[in-house]
Design a protein around this ligand. Structure first.
Ligand code: DQA
Length: 150
């Protein structure tokens, strides 16, 4: 089972970026925890973990997932609130490659602009508000979704 984990703009700054909101863990810490969780769940899970500050690059990566990856975990970061292109990309592959959206913070409790979400409706579900731990929850949710689809 191959899972693509995508992280959007500014998530490369985790650890030093507003730690009271996003937590003290770096993206590398989160990747390590996710890989540990994947190993515990099944030896068969392969994780590809990427970050980009470029909307175009993220869209291209999503478009290349068909018949390569079984599922996507995505934190679209600020693009959650603005990117119809990212929504379209997720929707375009969703028949074959389901996605779970993850946010470190609970965006519902934050500024009004963050309550607008363009991407979640192209995903099977969403996890938010549990900081880095949410990535392992997202992995479990995705694996459950994939096993129910088979
Ligand atoms: C975020 C929430 C977004 O509103 C914000 O722009 C981010 C991170 C989160 O994980 O909580 O960059 O996606």
């Amino acid at each position: 089972m191959k899972i693509l984990v995508l992280n959007g703009p500014n998530l490369n700054l985790l650890g030093s970026r507003e730690p009271e909101i996003y937590g003290k863990e770096t993206l590398a810490d989160i990747e390590t925890q996710l890989r540990t969780c994947a190993k515990q769940l099944s030896a068969d899970i392969k994780i590809e973990f990427r970050q980009s500050n470029s909307e175009a690059e993220l869209i291209t990566w999503i478009g290349e997932t068909r018949r390569v990856y079984d599922g996507i975990i995505i934190n679209p970061a600020a693009l959650t609130h603005t990117s119809l292109g990212l929504y379209d990309a997720l929707k375009a592959v969703s028949d074959l490659v389901p996605a779970v959206e993850i946010h470190l913070s609970n965006t519902h409790t934050r500024e009004k602009i963050r309550q607008k979400n363009l991407t979640a409706s192209a995903c099977v579900g969403q996890i938010m508000g549990f900081k880095g731990f949410g990535y392992t929850l997202a992995l479990q949710a995705l694996i459950e979704t994939l096993s129910n689809r088979r």
